[in-house]
Write a protein that binds this ligand. Structure first.
Ligand code: ADP
Length: 545
């Protein structure tokens, strides 16, 4: 219905026609067929109308010339046979000649005019005409031609003024000789009304037939194109569904034609795609289970190693220096191993989809303060100043505090690690729908290519770099899963030499959906933001499911 209301407004038509032209193959094909066949029919129609009009005129003209010739000859024979001598006799003779002309020629419009320049005669009758309102139509050219040539016929197309309307006509002129009175011009006018009516009828018939033909062509094209387009539309919709992950969809296979072949090959392709994806899924499940099982299995021996290592570490002062150093090395490597194992277990839990959120109303500012406090000594050792900016607002959100604390710890830890001793700013802000936390550092930064991989598992920009904390390469991958499980976003902006900014945005309620973030990204102090650089901002990790 809303579509109908939209169509009912004429000012929307150009836009609707444009969008139909762009989006509908059927509309385009029907429009092109109707336009071209309409043009062809118009050309043929105009040509037919012109030739029929010409033909009608020519045949009427020959008929008229014959007719007037016959009438003129009859009148002239009358004059030739007469022996009239006085004015009254000549007058009577002329009247009977006029009557004879009228009956012979089937035209009531007859004019008899004395050829000028002859000697004046007392017996010569006056000019007479039954042309009525049309007297003026006899042109000077025609008169000159008639006056100059005895025995020849001349004609002219004219417009005759009838009682109700003007009609096209032909005036035929010739000379006659009246005994005693001298030479006279005889004009007979014929109406072309009948021919015109016939032409109008033919034109109307052609017009109606042309419109009907165009409509028929449009309808036939519409039906034919529909036959072709409908299966194509089904194929397009099915491939769209397939592309969006619905691997069960197939195109119905009917008949033996090319469309059926298309459907069969498409379905074959979908079958093999589905089986390959299933194989890959099975394989990846096996791998995930393997990682999870191995991590679990390693936990117990690692705990034992850890306990033994701790004992050795506590007694390192009593060992010779080289052994003491080995005990220290063992201690740090076992710590790293434990960390890696717990990260692996965590990520395999996400892969298995067995993550349960323990959400509770949580103040993000407190969480940020906690994380900053726990990392303060690391920051001091690196010479970085940790600052918290929290303008206030609705800072409580329904989140799992353990996971969000882990994300903050990871982001702030990374910022200190890669911040090159420069300040690290942690900003927290919120609006009615979302809470956001951004960690900004002014350190090394990353290139666009590096940003594209920053959330990949085990990816590190420079694996050889000395790490103080963590360093498994799984931190951001887990953080992203943590954000995702909250329906949140974890995004990054980074520029080499300008530092990085990681922004975590979370909906304030568990069911909330994010539309925007309360904090800007790129950050407010980025050169992209300030418009000082023409570079495209390097952003990564946009909204994800
Ligand atoms: P880890 O920190 O354990 O190496 P992460 O997943 O946390 O793993 O980070 C992956 C990589 O992303 C890091 O090794 C580093 O190269 C890059 N990285 C993360 N945070 C920053 C940052 N703030 N500045 C520059 N590079 C960073």
């Amino acid at each position: 219905m809303p579509q109908l209301t939209y169509w009912s407004r004429p000012r929307n038509w150009p836009r609707l026609l444009r969008s139909s032209w762009r989006s509908s193959l059927q509309f385009r094909t029907v429009t092109i067929s109707v336009a071209f066949s309409g043009l062809a029919i118009l050309v043929v129609g105009v040509y037919m109308s012109v030739s029929i009009g010409n033909d009608l005129f020519q045949s009427r003209l020959s008929q008229v010339l014959l007719d007037s010739n016959r009438a003129t000859s009859a009148a002239q024979s009358l004059f030739d046979a007469s022996d009239a001598t006085d004015r009254v006799q000549v007058q009577n003779l002329l009247s009977s000649a006029r009557t004879s002309i009228s009956t012979t020629s089937s035209s009531r419009l007859v004019a008899v005019l004395r050829v000028p320049g002859q000697e004046s005669s007392t017996v010569a009758p006056q000019d007479s005409s039954t042309f009525g309102q049309s007297t003026g139509v006899i042109g000077a050219d025609l008169r000159t031609q008639v006056q100059g040539n005895n025995g020849e016929q001349f004609w002219q197309s004219v417009t005759l003024t009838g009682e109700t309307a003007t009609v096209p006509g032909i005036v035929v002129g010739s000379q006659i000789t009246v005994p005693v009175a001298g030479r006279y011009e005889l004009y007979i006018a014929y109406s072309l009304q009948d021919a015109e009516a016939t032409l109008l009828f033919v034109q109307q018939t052609l017009g109606v037939a042309g419109v009907a033909l165009v409509l028929l062509i449009g309808a036939v094209t519409w039906i034919v194109v529909r036959f072709v387009v409908t299966p194509l539309r089904v194929a397009a919709e099915t491939s769209q569904k397939l592309a969006s992950g619905d691997l069960m969809v197939r195109i119905p296979e009917k008949g033996e034609d090319v469309i059926a072949t298309l459907a069969r090959s498409f379905n074959g392709m979908a079958d093999s795609l589905q089986s390959q994806i299933r194989e890959l899924a099975d394989l990846s499940e096996v791998q995930q289970r393997f990682v999870s099982d191995v991590s679990h299995e390693l936990r117990t021996p690692l705990t034992t190693i850890r306990l033994a290592g701790d004992v050795l570490y506590d007694q390192r002062a009593s060992f010779p220096p080289a052994t003491g150093r080995t005990a220290e090395l063992l201690h740090t490597q076992v710590e790293r191993f434990e960390l890696l194992l717990s990260d692996l277990l965590e990520i395999s839990r996400y892969d298995a989809g067995s993550v349960e959120l323990e959400s509770e109303p949580t103040n993000l500012v407190y969480l940020a303060e906690d994380a900053i406090d726990s990392l303060r000594s690391l920051a001091e050792s690196k010479g970085s100043d940790l600052r918290l900016v929290a303008p206030g607002g609705y800072l409580n959100a329904d989140v799992d505090p353990r996971r969000i604390r882990r994300v903050l710890h990871n982001l702030i830890g990374n910022a200190i690690e890669h911040g090159e001793g420069k300040p690290v700013m942690v900003s927290v802000d919120s609006d009615a729908k979302a809470v956001a936390l951004a960690v900004r550092d002014y350190g090394l930064g990353m290139s666009q290519a590096e940003v594209a991989h920053v959330f990949d598992r085990f990816w590190r920009a420079d694996p050889s770099r000395q790490r103080t904390i963590g360093g498994t390469g799984l931190g951001l991958a887990i953080s992203r899963e943590d954000a995702s499980v909250h329906n949140g976003w974890l995004q990054v902006w980074s520029r080499p030499g300008e530092g990085s900014c990681f922004r975590l945005t979370l909906p304030r309620t568990a069911q909330g959906l994010l539309e925007s973030s309360p904090l800007p990204l790129p950050p407010a102090d980025a050169t992209d933001q300030l418009g000082e650089s023409g570079h495209v901002p390097v952003l990564g990790g946009g909204p994800h499911a």
